[in-house]
Design a protein around this ligand. Structure first.
Ligand code: C2E
Ligand code: MG
Ligand code: MG
Ligand code: MG
Length: 288
């Protein structure tokens, strides 16, 4: 996230947003090569989505899937988003790629619904640059219309750091999205050093606790107190809590004891190919 080396500033007088990026690729020839191949990756169909199920702790039912972008590079194999998202963000390629992600994820959710699986939400990540695109709301409306997915089955994840860049701007965009009927989550909560009291002005549905907290949960008693405080405060603001990066049974037990609603993590499922994700849904299909 921070390594995106993206600096964002607001021209206060004119309410004008501008991006200042420190070029990542200029310094590193390997990254420059990577950035060049990324320019063609979309037209060469090298992107694919993986889907990670989100599970309700109480019922152990799948309540949603998060679409996670992967790059199938002809020589390098499957490239993780942490490697290429900063590059596509920097170059502006994130906008067309992000639209492809949104459309593909909506189509997939519609396919699953049409196949008769119980409806779930599809969560799609939005980067800072995508979120600040003037046409974002219009694009989302168009994609929903074209794919036929009802808005309540789409959830948009924006990182805490994106949300707090400019709260007035964030609120305007989120209010439009809320009116449209899509769900909004704050992703990686706890990494942005903001307080929930600042976020309470925003129309939000879900709060995703960053995986770094869960990682230290069983090692550091203070972390458990912090997570408990986040859950309590989140609930008092009417939000649903989702814990990311749950890998251990112990973590799940603790999250259950503090009434965290959902978890996403390797303990239940890793991000899955569309075939694997479909198989999982198939295996859970209620028998009539
Ligand atoms: P994120 O949105 O917070 O997604 C969750 C990340 O945590 C995923 O990494 C997932 O594989 C990983 N994860 C889930 N459960 C566990 C666990 O139990 N243990 C561990 N160690 N990790 C777990 P991934 O797929 O590598 O994605 C990394 C980040 O890249 C995402 O973090 C998101 O910020 C970004 N990203 C992924 N896809 C997209 C996309 O389509 N658009 C944008 N703008 N960003 C994306
Ligand atoms: Mg996410
Ligand atoms: Mg996250
Ligand atoms: Mg993350």
């Amino acid at each position: 996230h921070a390594d995106a080396a993206l600096y964002y500033a607001k021209d206060k007088g004119r309410n004008n947003y501008q991006f200042y990026s420190v070029s990542l690729s200029a310094k590193n020839p390997e990254l420059l090569t990577l950035e060049k191949s990324l320019r063609y990756a979309l037209e060469r169909n090298e992107f694919t989505l993986y889907y990670q199920p989100r599970v309700n702790i109480a019922t152990e039912e799948i309540t949603g899937m998060e679409a996670l972008l992967r790059w199938q590079h002809p020589e390098m194999g499957l490239v993780a988003p942490s490697v290429f998202i900063p590059l596509v963000e920097e170059s502006g390629l994130i906008v067309p790629i992000g639209e492809w992600v949104l459309r593909t994820a909506c189509i997939q959710n519609k396919i699953w619904q049409d196949a008769g699986f119980p409806p779930i939400t599809m969560a799609v990540n939005l980067s800072l640059k995508q979120f600040c695109q003037p046409k974002l709301v219009e694009t989302i409306a168009t994609v929903l219309e074209q794919t036929g997915l009802e808005p309540q089955f789409l959830e948009l994840e924006i990182m805490e750091t994106t949300a707090i860049e400019n709260l007035d701007f964030t609120r305007t965009v989120l209010e439009d999205l809320q009116q449209m009927g899509v769900y909004i989550s704050i992703d990686d909560f706890g990494t942005g050093h903001s307080s929930l009291s600042r976020l309470q002005l925003l129309p939000l549905h879900n709060l995703k606790i960053d995986k770094s907290f869960i990682q230290y949960l069983t090692q550091d008693a203070k972390v458990a107190h912090i997570i408990k405080a986040i859950v309590t405060l989140g609930h008092s603001l009417g939000l649903k809590l989702i814990a990311e990066g749950v890998e251990k049974e112990e973590e799940l037990e603790f999250l259950k004891s503090i009434n965290c609603e959902d978890v996403q993590g390797f303990l239940f499922y890793r991000p899955l190919s569309v075939q694997k994700a479909t198989e999982i849904l198939e295996s859970k299909r209620p028998t009539l």
